[in-house]
Design a protein around this ligand. Structure first.
Ligand code: DON
Length: 577
């Protein structure tokens, strides 16, 4: 008997079948009872696994895997499907990073991060007095970086795809856009929350304008037409021709600066992965222009010296050590990290034992180090709230970890008129002015200053982890500056605190990032009053905040089975076979 949960459900029968499905997972607090999809938060399967932020995106990946596609093919199908079913973050108007490891241990990373337009300039978000103009890098046409997703997916397919016809990989997405998808209550509420912004920052009406309801069939014909152009013409279906014309016209109807030349020049780049040891694990992660890989590896290097497994989970020793390591690492990020095509990132120094030992010289196990007494480290050696993550392992054992984003929810809120997709507001990830925080409270400096064609610094941390040289974990999350610390905690929860993947992903998280000088903890959390008082007595400032991250991860179990876990914090869905 086929398991009903595993049957692929075509959109045209969604109306009749899915309406009767009520969310079944018990631990999802935020969107409990809001989903109409049969969401699986944890599954264990023999051969292949897809975990994404939306059930229909997961199913697009499974569909392609079952047609004989490999993990890369499935990832491409998921990326395009997310554009339709999860447009707050899934996108063709944005960018991202991919970590790939083949079954034969070939490792690679693809940087399809957005770039600053050719006419962007260092002070473009400042007024005549040199002050940052509030919101200009976050909303509207001037906030948009040149999108990288379509070029990224094409490059990934050319190098590693196994289904020859690229267009096939867009079929699930096109079907969802043409035939429509049923909106869950969570999705409908999310669209409704942003109605005012959609109206304020758009120059033309579009399908996102009107109020949405749970159970509504939502079609996106303009987006379907755009996807069909990409299916038929590849690169030229997006960066040239009708789509490019529509995008440039959209820019010109307001204060946007992306031109045809910007689109034509966009180039995704294969970069050498960061590979760092941690005990008997190998961390494979993203080099600049993401700060994620370097920061994660710095954190792991720092904590390796401490008897972490002797600490109790979420004890004051655990939280204090992590927060102290994090404030030093984020101070380094602010000064030393930027797009390595434009700025010399002292990667080897930042990751050296000597340097990190020096950074922790001021660590006091009983007392917080105030952030204003911490600066970025001296490099002595000269060296030449929306994103989404998905994790895939195919039947052969190839693994893909992709984090992809428009930056904020629905990016700049600008929809390309006539083309049906949202554009990013990734320009806010640059440092608009030294020391002035961006939307994630992150400060930056010269290393991350705006320059034409430069990529803005990211925190995205798609990661693949090996244990004893074998595939162990595929992991990543959205969450802006909290991405790095969420991946850090998920991995250490398993490796050091002996948790199974489900507990590691679902347990409450905390976060520190140098400035502001705070430890953030999740609301309704398991952090006891006594613990919070103890941390305060040590000098930490504690603040509760909204959920941190949405980790979608896969763990290879000792018997070779795959455990897929989708974060309880959303409608994320794991499925395999
Ligand atoms: O690249 C970055 O670090 C940010 N643009 C990511 C934004 C993000 O994760 C928002 N999600 N909640």
């Amino acid at each position: 008997m086929p398991n009903i949960k595993k049957i692929y459900i075509y959109p045209f029968i969604l109306t009749t079948i899915l309406a009767s499905y009520i969310i079944t997972f018990s631990s999802c607090k935020q969107e409990q009872h809001l989903s109409i999809y049969d969401i699986q938060k944890q599954v264990i399967e023999d051969s292949a696994m897809v975990v994404t932020a939306h059930p229909l995106a997961t199913k697009a990946g499974i569909e392609i895997l079952k047609q004989g596609g490999n993990a890369i093919d499935a990832a491409i199908a998921v990326q395009f499907a997310l554009t339709v079913v999860y447009p707050r973050a899934g996108n063709i108007g944005g960018g991202g990073f991919m970590i790939y490891r083949s079954k034969d241990n070939e490792v690679n990373t693809l940087d399809f991060r957005e770039k600053a337009p050719l006419s962007a300039s260092k002070n473009m978000y400042l007024d005549s007095l040199g002050n940052v103009i509030e919101g200009l890098s976050r909303n509207g046409h001037l906030a948009v970086g040149v999108p990288g997703v379509v070029d990224g997916m094409i490059k990934a397919h050319q190098k590693y795809g196994s289904i020859k016809d690229f267009g096939k990989l867009l079929e699930p997405a096109i079907r969802y856009a043409q035939e429509g998808i049923i909106l869950s209550e969570g999705e409908a509420q999310h669209y409704n929350k942003y109605q005012e912004d959609f109206k304020k920052f758009n120059t033309q009406k579009n399908v996102f304008y009107s109020k949405k309801n749970k159970g509504q069939l939502f079609k996106q014909p303009e987006l379907a037409a755009t996807l069909i152009r990409i299916k038929e013409k590849g690169e030229a279906g997006f960066y040239e021709g009708t789509t490019a014309d529509l995008l440039v016209a959209e820019m010109q109807r307001s204060n946007g600066i992306i031109t045809h030349e910007d689109l034509k020049k966009y180039d995704a780049v294969w970069r050498t992965p960061l590979q760092e040891p941690y005990k008997n694990y190998t961390i494979i992660s993203m080099p600049p222009p993401s700060s994620g890989g370097i920061a994660l590896c710095q954190l792991l290097n720092i904590i390796e010296e401490f008897p972490l497994s002797e600490y109790q989970f979420h004890s004051k020793e655990h939280i204090h050590l992590f927060a102290e390591a994090e404030r030093r690492v984020y101070a380094d990020r602010a000064t030393h990290l930027g797009d390595s095509d434009f700025w010399t990132v002292p990667k080897d120094s930042l990751l050296s034992d000597f340097y990190l030992d020096q950074r922790m010289q001021s660590f006091n196990p009983n007392k917080a180090t105030p952030s204003d007494s911490i600066q970025a480290g001296n490099i002595v050696i000269n060296e030449s709230e929306e994103t989404t993550h998905f994790s895939i392992v195919d039947v052969q054992g190839n693994a893909v970890s992709i984090t992809t984003t428009l930056n904020s929810n629905y990016g700049s809120k600008v929809v390309v008129g006539g083309a049906g997709f949202f554009l990013n507001n990734e320009m806010d990830d640059f440092s608009a002015k030294p020391g002035v925080p961006n939307q994630f409270g992150l400060v930056g400096n010269e290393a991350n200053a705006i320059a034409p064609e430069k990529r803005m610094l990211s925190s995205m941390t798609p990661t693949i982890i090996l244990k004893d040289d074998q595939l162990f974990m595929v992991v990543g999350t959205p969450g802006g500056s909290t991405i790095i610390t969420s991946v850090f905690q998920t991995f250490t929860n398993v490796a050091e605190f002996g948790m199974n993947l489900k507990d590691a992903v679902h347990s409450n998280r905390f976060h520190a990032q140098w400035l502001p000088d705070q430890i953030y903890i999740e609301e309704e959390s398991s952090f006891s009053k006594e613990l919070i008082n103890e941390l305060k007595q040590m000098g930490h400032q504690i603040e509760t905040r909204e959920p941190i991250g949405r980790v979608d991860a896969i763990l290879v179990l000792p018997d070779g089975q795959l455990e897929g876990v989708a974060d309880r914090r959303g409608e994320d869905h794991a499925e395999g076979y």
